[in-house]
Design a protein around this ligand. Structure first.
Ligand code: ADP
Length: 382
């Protein structure tokens, strides 16, 4: 029987439990044994109780849960060759030679490196007497399949990462709460959202909540001009009758001189135009809580495909990453996706938005600037 280990690694995201559930159950369906690797790569490095077989019933009720019940961790040991040697030894001792990793680009890079080193790791373990040649004979090839779990939607080559829509939903819910009190008191709110270097959450929250303005890394405004521009837009919306002001700031927001734009700076501008302004940093509520239907569906379909990809893998094909493109579950070469992610860096939200809007040939700036500035089109109310 094929033995597969499933792990969640890097930052947690709603839908990771649904991934584990899908891999465990699809694995059993396809006549494999599935091991839960607890605490990210630490589970492989430490082995023991952190690497345990999971049965159908073990994942009952996991479909909707937030966070990850098999834990996640930043594992420094795995970044070192000696840590990966320990991991390889633990896997061979358990008879595991396939790994499904749900994490961000760091976790997937680590997985791919592990696979490429695998034959030399086994050789070294035999040479140092840690394992015998007979023990390693069956495990010449390590299969890696990646799934992207991240609230930031920051991976290229896939339209959506698992967890992003749950986080967006949470942000919208919170901004709705804030909006009603803002309108009552005629206040302004600066809402800071997560996303690291990716502005997808900020951009989509801005559109979904009808924000007056957003700041995201993908469209750095002029360092000299953004303050005046912001004041002008917010004042115009007020003049048109809007009783609240909502500005969304992505945590990675920058100006065109690559200086961070902070919530405090944005607040200062709004105070200068006479608005009673508060900052709300949403923080980790964006990461937790149950997964929305889309993430449950994505996690389940991708988890099932991950098991199929394990069974279809050959030593010659590159490790796949399971993505979703135009509504279809697809497999992409994992390292190509990671490389593309690194090369487009802060342009991911821009690219995804342009594609969603069918604006593949236009620049990001053209495609959404007018779109968000509602006062150009209507009376500024929603
Ligand atoms: P994410 O997967 O969300 O990008 P990290 O970059 O923190 O998060 O990676 C999570 C874990 O993956 C790290 O703690 C480490 O164990 C492993 N990892 C990340 N990058 C590498 C690498 N280049 N080589 C080996 N392991 C890595």
């Amino acid at each position: 029987k094929k033995r597969i280990a499933v792990m969640t690694s890097g930052g947690d995201a709603p839908g990771m439990c649904a991934v584990v559930r899908a891999v465990v159950r699809a694995g059993i369906y396809y006549d494999c044994e599935v091991y839960g690797c607890y605490e990210g790569y630490s589970g492989l490095v430490q082995g023991g109780d952190l690497l345990r077989k999971m049965d159908w019933d073990d994942v009952r009720g996991w479909l909707s849960l937030g966070g990850t019940l098999i834990g996640t961790a930043r594992c420094m040991e795995f970044k070192e060759r000696w840590g990966r040697l320990k991991a390889a030894k633990n896997m061979v001792l358990r008879g595991i030679d396939a790994l499904v990793v749900c994490g961000g680009d760091g976790s997937l890079t680590g997985a791919d490196l592990f696979r490429s080193e695998w034959p030399s790791l086994l050789e070294e373990l035999v040479a140092t007497g840690e394992l015998s040649a007979e023990q390693t004979a069956k495990y010449r090839h390590l299969t890696i399949v990646g799934l992207v779990g991240s609230i930031d939607n920051d991976m290229a080559s896939t339209d959506n990462t698992i967890g992003a829509y749950s986080s967006l939903e949470r942000i919208c819910e919170m901004v709705d709460y804030i909006d009603s009190t803002a309108a009552s008191h005629s206040r302004a709110f600066v809402v800071e959202v997560m996303g690291r270097h990716c502005g997808w959450l900020g951009l989509m929250a801005g559109i979904s909540c009808g924000a007056d303005a957003i700041f995201i890394p993908e469209r750095p405004p002029s360092a000299e001009g953004w303050r005046e521009e912001l004041k002008k837009v917010c004042l115009r919306h007020r003049e048109k009758g809007r009783r609240k002001t909502t500005v969304i700031v992505a945590e990675g927001a920058l100006d065109d001189e690559l200086q961070p734009i902070t919530s405090q700076q944005v607040k200062d501008c709004l105070v200068e135009i006479g608005l009673d302004t508060r900052i709300t940093t949403l923080g980790h509520v964006q990461r937790g809580g149950s997964a929305v239907a889309f993430d449950r569906m994505l996690a389940t379909m991708q988890g099932v495909d991950a098991v199929r990809a394990v069974l279809e893998s050959t030593p010659d094909t590159p490790s796949p990453m399971i993505g979703i493109v135009d509504g279809k579950i697809v497999r992409q070469p994992l390292m190509e996706a990671v490389k593309l992610t690194k090369s487009v860096a802060t342009a991911i939200a821009a690219k995804k938005f342009d594609e969603a809007m069918g604006l593949r040939d236009s620049t990001f700036k053209e495609s959404y600037a007018n779109f968000l500035d509602i006062s150009k089109h209507d009376d500024g109310s929603q």
